[in-house]
Design a protein around this ligand. Structure first.
Ligand SMILES: Cc1ncc(COP(=O)(O)O)c(C=O)c1O
Length: 322
């Protein structure tokens, strides 16, 4: 990063950003990609690309765009969301019946569907590929744009052995994060057709996401996507180890068996997740209270096997006192 060649990315001539965007677009099987500061901005650009004020989009009820972006689609783009309750973040094609509003001036125009893979609130679950494809085919037939929130797409790739371009193929736009499991300090991207990415750059500028000599950050992102995505299976194995420790604790239960690097468990005692996390923190293990009864743990490249084993011991020590 310190040695990165830089230019001015608002003018489009930062060579490190150009290299990152080309590498990313190629990996996702899309014509072009645009580097942005965050996954939230990538998603909000997608909303604005595909929807007009007075439109709605379909999404799973626990997804990030709906829950954790301050309703940015409404605040920034005058768009509404229609949610569908999934099972661990997964929705089925049957649940989509009658979800597209008819052409009627009383109603919002249904313009887009978004899916999230892996699904954060769902517990890092991988969406089944056939289901993703069937949903996207249905959406296309119904005139809806298709956006994939792939903040953790490379975890889905590592867990399934299915290439990122295959996961992305049924979508118009895909966003990915170089941060999170890939380990870059900052950065995300949105990918799609050249024409869409030209418009995405305009929206990025509007949202204040045009960054100047940003090659120093892009270089870290390029390293992360080239080198670190190949080791995500280690994080998944560590998540499974945490899950087996949780399984040994009668006071805790896994919400779903981990499929990637996220482990969510419920506390079956009158003990708040915040208090549980405080006790874990005394062992140097940092979990996130996740709703009224649950805790989320995430494995990543800075936590190795022996640290995971230590985390397992810490979980068991805290749980036995409940
Ligand atoms: C599924 C998903 N999408 C998007 C985001 C947003 O990413 P960022 O924190 O870079 O805005 C997150 C962040 O946790 C996420 O989990």
């Amino acid at each position: 990063m310190a040695a990165a060649e830089v230019g001015d990315d608002v003018l489009g001539d930062d060579p490190s950003v150009v290299a990152l965007q080309e590498y990313t677009a190629d990996l996702l099987g899309k014509e072009a990609a645009v580097f942005v500061p965050s996954g939230s901005m990538a998603n909000q650009i997608a909303v604005r690309l595909h929807c007009q004020p007075g439109d709605e989009f379909l999404c799973e009820a626990g997804c990030h765009i709906y829950n954790y972006e301050q309703g940015g689609y409404a605040q920034l783009s005058g768009v509404a969301a229609k949610t569908i309750e999934g099972t661990h973040g997964r929705i089925s094609i049957e649940q989509l019946a009658h979800k597209v509003n008819p052409d009627n001036e009383h109603l919002l125009r249904t313009a887009m569907i978004t899916l999230e893979n892996t699904h954060n609130r769902g517990g890092g679950t991988v969406q089944p590929l056939e289901c993703v494809k069937a949903i996207c085919t249905w959406a296309k037939e119904n005139g809806l744009a298709r956006h994939l929130d792939g903040a953790r797409l490379f975890n889905a790739v590592a867990a399934s052995g299915i290439e990122a371009s295959e996961w992305s193929s049924a979508f118009d736009t895909v966003c990915i994060c170089y941060s999170k499991g890939l380990g870059a300090p900052v950065g995300s991207a949105i990918a799609g057709t050249r024409e869409m990415m030209k418009r995405a750059r305009r929206i990025r500028k509007l949202l204040g996401g045009g960054m100047r000599q940003v090659g120093i950050i892009a270089a870290g992102a390029l390293y992360a996507i080239k080198e670190n995505r190949l080791r995500l299976t280690e994080d998944h194995a560590n998540a499974s180890l945490l899950a087996s420790a949780i399984d040994r604790c009668s006071q805790l239960s896994l919400v779903v068996a981990p499929e990637s690097n996220i482990v969510i468990f419920e506390i079956n005692a009158e003990f708040s997740p915040a208090a549980f996390c405080e006790q874990l923190a005394e062992f140097g293990v940092y979990g996130l209270p996740f709703g009224p009864k649950c805790v989320r743990l995430v494995t990543h490249r800075d936590v190795d096997r022996s640290q995971t084993e230590a985390a397992c011991e810490a979980i068991e020590r805290v749980a036995e006192k409940l």
